[in-house]
Design a protein around this ligand. Structure first.
Ligand code: SF4
Length: 530
């Protein structure tokens, strides 16, 4: 009866669990706040979900269960070996505890949706079931493919890894379009695509046709662009752009001067600003569902500009009177600390930004994030802000050490083709996304083959895996990985270690790792939904 009463008090609507604020406060607190309340709730929920559990066993385990839940909500990369050592549990004990945690919805919700690592969990869960194939080098069509259809780029961003002298010949454009079409034709429906760079995608004169064809195949394409070419005449020549799912402009400053500092192109700001306004007006007439946003990469040099962005967006929105204005803003972390540019290797550059963010600057960033939120509420309250992996933790009040990073020696020697690859205009298939810049120094070894209108991605990947020749990486090869590649590497490495420890993901504490075979990867720039 006690549990029946408890059960009746829980509010569960349409699979959404409403969690008491005290539990959420506890999971992000450094101390054991609301200890008795948390313990009682855990106890009741575990018994409800696992009725065969002996109460006396649970009495002795409940404190460790609490600790493990909190640990995973903050550190998704922790291995089963580390958990076993930290809490002095043998494998059998840990397996039993994993089962209790895995089967209890409340604990799963606290770990995946309410801790500091919420964004990480959001990102990795749809890929977790593929780690087994990645470890065994078994073929599976990639779940996520980045297309780099740009021909050239007019900017020279200080943090960009591109070879600034390289561009593709225009006479390959038609064949490349046919190649991308074949790729779409061959894709299973679980694969998600994005269009970005590489170089600037709107420099491809067939980009509209590419997006239009994807739409005809039910493929939602988000486009990432620097927005410089997004003029009215460009849109008239490329009406297919209106078939994209979302369009995100990388914002490199808040005025002409700051734009010039990053891109070396002074008129960049004015052009992008004007293009944005005319794009939004047309968007509201042609396809209201197409979400539009900006991405802003925060580096030490532009920390203060964060506070000028709400005002900028307000100004833009005031010029768009026929509907919604800017829908979303993605804020991203100090890019360079992830890409580890090498002064010796990436030499083909006009200039570079060399400094990474130190801990004082991260504290300043946190202050600015709080001030930014206030300004946003006042000036553009409808704007959805996505803080990305590590800024989310700063936003929630914790000064962390930045993005997760792995070094060259920890990189996967066969990549993770089952999960992610990038494909450029030649059809070259890159294992990691920051390698996908034409003639970037040292990137050749990251190319596993070339697809064409006659040669499928399946053949290229199968050939690569069957050859069974692991790549040798050097420490600074991690510069070829973007932040998501770092996250995926950490995920596959964790799965491998857990497997070696005889507690694979299938016996671990996270239920969704075992269940998401069909989960599609959403574009969560503009909403909290994965
Ligand atoms: S970051 Fe993008 S816009 Fe800037 S130089 Fe590189 S490819 Fe061009």
């Amino acid at each position: 009866m006690e549990y029946f009463n408890y059960y009746c008090k829980r509010i569960v609507k349409k699979n959404i669990m409403y969690i008491d604020d005290k539990l959420i406060e506890w999971v992000t607190a450094t101390d054991d706040i609301h200890a008795d309340f948390v313990k009682k709730n855990f106890y009741n929920e575990i018994l409800l979900a696992n009725p065969k559990t002996e109460k006396k066993n649970l009495d002795s385990q409940i404190n460790i269960i609490k600790e493990i839940v909190k640990t995973f909500s903050n550190k998704p990369w922790i291995t089963q070996k580390e958990i076993s050592e930290k809490f002095e549990l043998n494998k059998d004990q840990l397996l039993k505890i994993n089962e209790l945690i895995s089967e209890t919805d409340l604990l799963q919700d606290l770990i995946l949706k309410n801790g500091y690592a919420k964004k990480y969990w959001n990102s990795i869960i749809p890929f977790s079931y593929l780690t087994e194939k990645a470890i065994k080098n078994e073929y599976s069509f990639p779940k996520r493919i980045a297309l780099f259809p740009g021909v050239s780029c007019m900017f020279y961003c200080g943090f960009c890894g591109r070879n600034q002298k390289a561009k593709y010949p225009l006479n390959i454009i038609d064949d490349s379009l046919e190649m991308y079409k074949k790729l779409f034709d061959d894709s299973p429906d679980y694969t998600s695509y994005s269009v970005s760079g590489g170089l600037e995608p709107l420099t491809n004169p067939k980009i509209g046709e590419l997006v239009n064809y994807a739409k005809s195949k039910n493929i939602k394409l988000p486009i990432i662009t620097n927005g410089y070419s997004l003029t009215e005449s460009f849109l008239e020549k490329n009406p297919g752009i209106w078939d994209s799912d979302s369009l995100r402009i990388s914002l490199y400053g808040v005025d002409a001067e700051s734009y010039e500092f990053i891109t070396r192109v002074r008129k960049g700001f004015k052009q992008v600003y004007n293009n944005t306004i005319s794009f939004l007006k047309k968007r509201n007439q042609i396809n209201k569902n197409l979400k539009f946003g900006f991405n802003f990469i925060i580096i030490p040099e532009n920390l203060h500009q964060l506070l000028q962005i709400p005002e900028l967006i307000k100004r833009i929105n005031e010029n768009v009177l026929n509907g919604e204005g800017v829908n979303f803003l993605t804020l991203r972390d100090d890019y360079q600390s992830v890409t580890d540019h090498s002064t010796e290797r990436d030499t083909e550059r006009k200039y570079r930004l060399d400094k990474s963010m130190n801990s004082e600057e991260r504290k300043k960033l946190q202050e600015n994030i709080f001030k930014f939120e206030e300004l946003k509420k006042k000036l553009c309250p409808n704007l959805y802000v996505d803080y990305g992996y590590s800024l989310e933790t700063l936003f929630k009040g914790q000064v962390d050490s930045g993005l997760i990073k792995v070094n060259g020696k920890q990189m996967r020697k066969f990549g993770f083709t089952q999960i992610s690859v990038a494909i450029d205009l030649y059809g070259d298939v890159f294992l990691f996304r920051e390698a996908g810049f034409l003639n970037r120094e040292g990137n050749k070894k990251m190319i596993i083959g070339r697809i064409s209108k006659d040669k499928s991605l399946e053949i290229i990947i199968k050939n690569f895996l069957e050859k069974n020749q692991p790549l040798e990486f050097e420490q600074d090869d991690s510069r070829f990985m973007d932040s998501f590649d770092h996250v995926l590497t950490a995920l596959v490495n964790q799965a491998e270690k857990d497997k070696e420890f005889d507690i694979p993901f299938s016996l671990g504490p996270i239920k969704l790792r075992k269940q998401n075979k069909k989960m599609r990867v959403g574009n969560n720039w503009y909403s909290d939904v994965t």
